[in-house]
Design a protein around this ligand. Structure first.
Ligand SMILES: Cc1cc2nc3c(=O)[nH]c(=O)nc-3n(C[C@H](O)[C@H](O)[C@H](O)COP(=O)(O)O)c2cc1C
Length: 223
């Protein structure tokens, strides 16, 4: 089975959790796909303090909190959908901390995330309340980790976007066009997860036969 990890950046069971679950349900319609959700809700998450212990020790973050539970899931998943409500035209502080804390992944697991597909979902109280910025923020996270950032299928553009009118699940459900983008995004990530998994296996074969490294190249900067 190929695993899609959904990461929910909302602190409550509202529009974002609902939209993410709908997208994952759509992905699960594809044979061979299973899904799992990890949410920031109720979790103890501390911010990155740029101590650089991860770089010195070649380790994941030394802060011990609920991010530990996410690390392994994040590294081992085959596809990703990350969802966030719009907070002040940006992602939530909790999701930003998750992104920052996963930074050492490239050091500890070089090449493990390479070419895995990721999609983004957002819900905002206002029709144009910053959804585009949030989607870009999430897609940038994938780009940083050598992953394939995907926008979804026709009409999704850069991801699933909901106008919730601050009305939680009901608000998301009432946005029929928005929910369509969410479901199409889920389908796209489901399909792309299979394509990527099979493609990466093939690439490992070719790389093995040709003595090429399947790991990431070193970052351009020097520590
Ligand atoms: C601190 C805070 C900031 C917010 N900022 C925005 C914003 O900039 N633009 C917007 O459209 N909605 C904003 N909202 C509304 C939420 O994005 C919206 O209600 C969202 O659907 C909530 O998702 P949830 O139901 O999953 O919690 C904000 C809400 C909070 C609590």
């Amino acid at each position: 089975m190929a695993k899609i990890l959904g990461i929910c950046g909302s602190v409550r069971l509202g529009a974002t959790d609902y939209a993410l679950k709908e997208a994952l349900r759509e992905a699960e319609k594809i044979p061979g796909i299973e899904t799992e959700i990890w949410s920031v809700r109720g979790k103890k998450i501390s911010p990155c303090v740029h101590c650089d212990a991860c770089i010195r020790n070649n380790s994941m973050c030394i802060i011990k909190d609920d991010i530990k539970d996410l690390e392994e899931k994040f590294i081992n998943a085959d596809g990703y959908i990350i969802a966030s409500p719009v907070y002040d035209m940006s992602i939530t502080a909790q999701l930003a901390m998750v992104f920052n804390r996963l930074r050492p992944s490239y050091l500890v697991y070089p090449g493990k995330l390479k070419y895995k597909p990721g999609g983004a979902i957002t819900t905002g109280g206002t029709r144009h309340g910053g959804q585009e910025f949030v989607l870009q923020n999430i897609l940038n996270f994938y780009l940083m980790h050598e992953m394939f950032a995907l926008g979804g299928l026709g009409g999704c553009y850069n991801g699933g976007k909901i106008w919730s009118k601050d009305n939680k699940v009901q608000g998301a459900n009432d946005d029929l066009v928005g929910m369509e983008t969410v479901r199409k995004l889920g389908k796209a990530i489901g399909e792309a997860t299979i394509v990527s998994l099979e493609g990466r296996k093939r690439w490992e074969e070719i790389a093995g036969q040709s003595n090429l490294s399947i790991e990431s190249t070193s970052p351009l900067f020097d520590h």
